[in-house]
Design a protein around this ligand. Structure first.
Ligand code: SF4
Ligand code: SF4
Length: 192
């Protein structure tokens, strides 16, 4: 969904408590002065349907559906460039994480596939401590729509031929389970 050039705010649903509900310092989004530094700093902004600057304005306005259904947060690589450069000191990257959590909790259709990607990756990392490409892809397609796997057969074959995808972890690259780390994070989240 690309951001419309003009939006009639009297004709869309809005929730003025949106940023307050984001947790952490999400409410600091109210400080945004629309300078555009976040968009200019973002390495992924060209691929996003709404730019980071537009997204923060939409959060201020309480445009919940428009923000949570956009691809912007899912394309964020958590590089922290926008956060360290924001002249208003807003914790932008951390607030994007809260936006993702909210989208996943609300089970929005547009976030299901991205959520499946994150969960599959976390499951593999938890088990092996590093990515195991083949298992990760199988888990991802099984959590989402398995039929979409056919679209990637050609690319997957080329990647395997070039040694970018391995059926098994090479012995010298075996990782260690991150079970302990994941358990500790779950404990901290339960306390928060
Ligand atoms: S850099 Fe900060 S103040 Fe500037 S537009 Fe982005 S969020 Fe707003
Ligand atoms: S943290 Fe995300 S939104 Fe911010 S600059 Fe990096 S990729 Fe862009």
């Amino acid at each position: 969904m690309a951001a419309p050039e003009v939006m009639d705010l009297t004709k869309v649903g809005r929730d003025p408590t949106f940023s307050d509900r984001l947790g952490g310092d999400g409410k600091l989004v109210h400080r945004c002065i629309q300078c555009g530094t976040c968009t200019a700093s973002c390495p992924a902004s060209a691929a996003m349907d709404i730019s980071p600057r537009q997204m923060w304005r939409m959060v201020q306005l309480g445009l919940v559906d428009e923000v949570l259904e956009s691809t912007t947060m899912w394309l964020c690589s958590l590089c922290y460039q926008c956060q360290v450069r924001c002249p208003r000191g807003i914790p932008l990257t951390e607030t994007i994480t809260y936006l993702k959590q909210t989208a996943m909790k609300e089970g929005l259709v547009s976030s299901r596939q991205s959520g499946a990607f994150y969960r599959a990756f976390a499951d593999v990392m938890r088990r092996y401590g590093r990515n195991r490409e083949m298992e990760f892809m199988v888990r991802y397609f099984m959590k989402g729509n398995p039929l979409t796997a056919f679209k990637f057969v050609r690319m997957g074959t080329v990647m395997m031929m070039r040694g970018k995808v391995h059926l098994e972890l090479p012995v010298d690259r075996e990782g260690r389970s991150l079970e302990k780390l994941f358990r500790r994070v779950a404990e901290l989240e339960a306390e928060a």
